[in-house]
Design a protein around this ligand. Sequence first.
Ligand SMILES: Cc1cc2nc3c(=O)[nH]c(=O)nc-3n(C[C@H](O)[C@H](O)[C@H](O)COP(=O)(O)OP(=O)(O)OC[C@H]3O[C@@H](n4cnc5c(N)ncnc54)[C@H](O)[C@@H]3O)c2cc1C
Length: 382
Amino acid sequence: MARVLIAGAGVGGLAAAHRLRRLLPDSDEIVVFDHHAVHTFWPSLLWVMTGTRDAKQVVRPLGTLRDQGIHIIEAPITSLDPSTKTVVAGNARWEGDALIIALGAELDPAGVPGLENVPGNFYQVDGAQAIWRDLQTITQGRIVVLISRVPFKCPAAPYEAAMLIDGYLRKRRRRDQVDVSLWAAEPSPMGVAGPVVSQSVLDALASRQISYHPRQLAVRVNTEASQLTFADETELPYDLLAYVPPHRAPKVVVDAGLARADGWIKVNRHTLETSTTNVFAIGDVTEIPLSLGKPLPKAGVFAYRQGEVAAEIIAQRLTGRGSASVFNGVGECFIEMGGGIAGLARGNFYGEPMPAIHAYKAGRHWHAGKVAFERHWWAQWW
Ligand SMILES: Cc1cc2nc3c(=O)[nH]c(=O)nc-3n(C[C@H](O)[C@H](O)[C@H](O)COP(=O)(O)OP(=O)(O)OC[C@H]3O[C@@H](n4cnc5c(N)ncnc54)[C@H](O)[C@@H]3O)c2cc1C
């Protein structure tokens, strides 16, 4: 009997677990660890933030996956040892024949002093709910959408957030009295996807009168005065602050020596294997350099495909059967624009010398595509 350990029941971890379950004999054990009892479909948080989903609709219990032959351990992982493929969680120690690390990125609002006291972190369910509460009552003033640091997961999400907020206010005929602006620690939107995609997002913001302020590094927030300060000493008062917090590798990963405190796990870009045989890392916890000098974006679409690749390689090694695919850097992303409209960017991020990404014309069909994808996400496993 073989045992595969999967640290993290997010997008990548669950993709790997289900692929392994199909490929391994029933007698082999697949053990997935997570400190949350629920799986969250993160893209839907943008809809929680603007009131088209409630918090209950964006989560499902992990425990029900036990019926599908996946052993779920609901406990925090307190230590990892890649050399022995060991996971310590909830005072129990588990050793496996292979280990997949899919722990995602840890959010660290306190990385910008004061930000941890601002409720509008739309990368968490409660933060998205807090924004929705305020959005319903704001009648005038300034809404600031902030990208506090790079890298952050889903390069499109804050741009979508700004446009969804704009769409909500227009529908309620309040947009003329409420300013919406986007302040970003990055030089341009979705830069890895290339200048055409970036420009199409800039055009979409401009056509909605959302002012864009790139290369702005927030250094502190004064919550009493509701004011942000940036590295160039710009002071920005806000009435509602919706923000992407700083991201970092989970502490347990750094403690295990798998990544530096200011870095991410390095892997083979095609197999996702770390420097230790049969130890894989997938998704947001990794850093994969691209030829243009920036890393592969952190996104669920990649975490999912990487999870499947790692699972296929492990299954092939354990059973001596089948063939494994390689991760080829291909991915796509819907871009919500408000008013029931979305765009799509799709292409090969491993393209040489530059990623080859195409931006498809925005329309109602891509928004419908995103809604359909959400439905598919739940239907496949729940
Ligand atoms: C608002 C928003 C919108 C997004 N939209 C899109 C989109 O449209 N398209 C797209 O491709 N991506 C999108 N993403 C990004 C996508 O959700 C992530 O890239 C994806 O979830 C990464 O998968 P992962 O498996 O690497 O990590 P995660 O899905 O974050 O999973 C990590 C898991 O590890 C668990 N964990 C962490 N530490 C521990 C520990 N010590 N012990 C136990 N468990 C632990 C966590 O609880 C979590 O369940 C969006 C993200 C957000 C926040």
